[in-house]
Design a protein around this ligand. Structure first.
Ligand SMILES: Nc1ncnc2c1ncn2[C@@H]1O[C@H](COP(=O)(O)OP(=O)(O)OP(=O)(O)O)[C@@H](O)[C@H]1O
Ligand SMILES: [Mg+2]
Length: 359
C-alpha cells in the first residue's frame, strides 16, 4: 500500500499543511524542531490509531487550538481509502474510514500498515521487556484484529484481578472470585501466547536475513519467546492456570499479577551471545533494525500488501555502510525518512518542513 497524500490541521506545530507523496522514497528534511517527527507521527497515527510519543492525546492538538485533524489517503491494490482522525481537548477521538466513523479503534487495524523506526526503537533490544512485548503486540495487531481484541480483553480481566488482589484480606476470602479471573486470564493468555510464538517463528527467518544483510554476513541472529509455551493452546492454558494459582500468595503481597503473558519477553542472541546484556550499541541498534525490516516482510506476506516504512532520524545512528544498505532496502517499499540533510544519490521526493509548514 501507498500513502498518496496527507493534510494536517492544528496537529502539533502545524496549523494547516498538505502534501502528496511519491510511491518510493520520501525524504522529510528540515532543521531541528521544525515538525519532521510530527509529520511522521501523524502518518503512523493513521496506521495504529494512537501516538507512540504522546502520553495524552491532547498533546497532539496545537497549543492554541481546540481541535486537531489528520486526513490521509491510502492506495491499496483494490482501491483507495481515506482515513480522517479528529481529536479534541476533552479527549474525544473520532476516526472515520471513507468518511464513515468507526465504533472501535480495532476497525482501523489493517487499513494502513506501517513499520516505524526511530532512535527510540533502540530500546527494543536494550531496555525493558515491555518494549519487546509492545513490538509483538503492535505487529500482530496490524494483521489480526482478533489479537487486538484479545489483548483488550486480557488487560480488562487483568485489571479486575489486580483490583481484587489489592482489596483482599486473605487468600481464602477471594478464592472463588479469583478462580473466575484466573480461568479467563489463562484462557485468553494462552491464545495470546499462541499468536506471539507463531509471530516469532514467522519473523525469525526474515530477521536473520535482514541482519545478515546489514552486517554483511558477520552476525547470526536468534530469537525465542520467553514465557510459558507448550504443544498447543490447551497445554499452555493449563500451565498458565497452574502458574496463576501458585503465585496467588506472592501476588497478594505484591498487589499485582506477577505472572502471565503481560510479563513475557523475547530472548535475543547474536552469534550465541545474549545481546541485551552483552551487545554493543551498534549491534543492538542493528538487531532492532533487522527486526523492523523483518516485520515489514511478514506483514506483506500475511496481508498481500507491502506496508509503508517510516524511519525517523535513523541515518545519523548508522555507519556509512549500513546507511547505504538501508537505503538500498528502502527502494523496495514506500518509505518516509526524516533527516536534517540528505546527500545520497538515490531517487527520492524531498519534502521540506519549516516552522510547522510543508513548503
Ligand atoms: N501540541 C503542540 N502544539 C504546538 N507545537 C507543538 C506541539 N507539540 C509539539 N510541538 C512543537 O513542534 C516542534 C517540532 O517538533 P518535531 O519533533 O516534529 O521536530 P523535528 O523537526 O523532528 O526536529 P528534530 O530534528 O530535532 O527531531 C517542537 O518544537 C515542539 O515544541
Ligand atoms: Mg525529530
Amino acid at each position: 500500500m501507498k500513502v498518496k497524500s496527507i493534510a494536517l490541521t492544528n496537529f502539533r506545530n502545524y496549523s494547516f499543511s498538505e502534501t502528496s507523496f511519491d510511491d518510493g522514497l520520501n525524504i522529510v528534511v528540515g532543521k531541528n524542531a521544525q515538525g519532521k517527527t510530527n509529520l511522521l507521527e501523524a502518518i503512523y497515527f493513521c496506521a495504529i490509531g494512537k501516538s507512540l510519543r504522546a502520553v495524552r492525546e491532547k498533546e497532539l492538538i496545537n497549543w492554541d487550538k481546540p481541535v486537531a485533524k489528520i486526513s490521509l489517503e491510502v492506495e491499496k491494490k483494490f482501491g483507495k481509502t481515506r482515513i480522517d482522525i479528529t481529536l479534541n481537548r476533552v479527549g474525544k477521538k473520532i476516526v472515520a474510514i471513507n468518511r464513515l466513523p468507526i465504533r472501535k479503534i480495532g476497525e482501523l487495524m489493517g487499513e494502513l500498515n506501517a513499520v516505524f523506526f526511530s532512535p527510540d526503537e533502540l530500546k527494543l533490544v536494550k531496555e525493558s521487556p515491555e518494549d519487546r512485548r509492545r513490538f509483538m503486540d503492535i505487529s500482530i495487531s496490524q494483521t489480526s484484529k482478533q489479537y487486538f481484541y484479545l489483548l483488550g480483553r486480557y488487560s480488562k480481566v487483568l485489571a479486575n484481578r489486580n483490583k481484587l488482589l489489592k482489596q483482599a484480606l486473605s487468600p481464602e476470602t477471594i478464592k472463588d472470585t479469583i478462580g473466575l479471573w484466573d480461568e479467563q486470564l489463562s484462557s485468553i493468555g494462552a491464545k495470546l501466547i499462541m499468536y506471539r510464538v507463531a509471530f516469532l517463528k514467522n519473523i525469525l527467518p526474515f530477521a536473520r536475513l535482514s541482519h545478515e544483510y546489514l552486517t554483511e554476513g558477520t552476525e547470526e541472529l536468534n530469537l525465542e519467546y520467553a514465557g510459558i509455551t507448550g504443544e498447543d493452546e490447551a497445554e499452555i492454558k493449563t500451565k498458565l492456570l497452574k502458574q496463576l494459582e501458585n503465585s496467588l500468595e506472592k501476588d497478594m503481597r505484591l498487589q499485582f499479577t506477577s505472572v502471565g503473558p503481560h510479563r513475557d519477553d523475547i530472548k535475543v542472541w547474536v552469534n550465541g551471545i545474549d545481546i541485551k546484556t552483552y551487545g554493543s550499541q551498534g549491534q543492538q541498534r542493528t538487531v532492532a533494525l533487522s527486526l523492523k525490516l523483518a516485520e515489514l516482510e511478514i506483514i506483506e506476506r500475511q496481508t498481500g500488501e507491502k506496508p509503508i516504512l517510516i524511519l525517523d532520524d535513523v541515518l545519523s545512528e548508522l555507519d556509512e555502510k549500513r546507511k547505504k544498505r538501508l537505503l538500498a532496502f528502502c527502494k523496495k517499499t514506500q518509505t518516509f525518512l526524516s533527516c536534517t540533510d540528505f546527500n545520497y544519490d538515490v531517487p527520492h521526493k524531498t519534502i521540506v518542513v519549516d516552522r510547522g509548514s510543508i513548503v
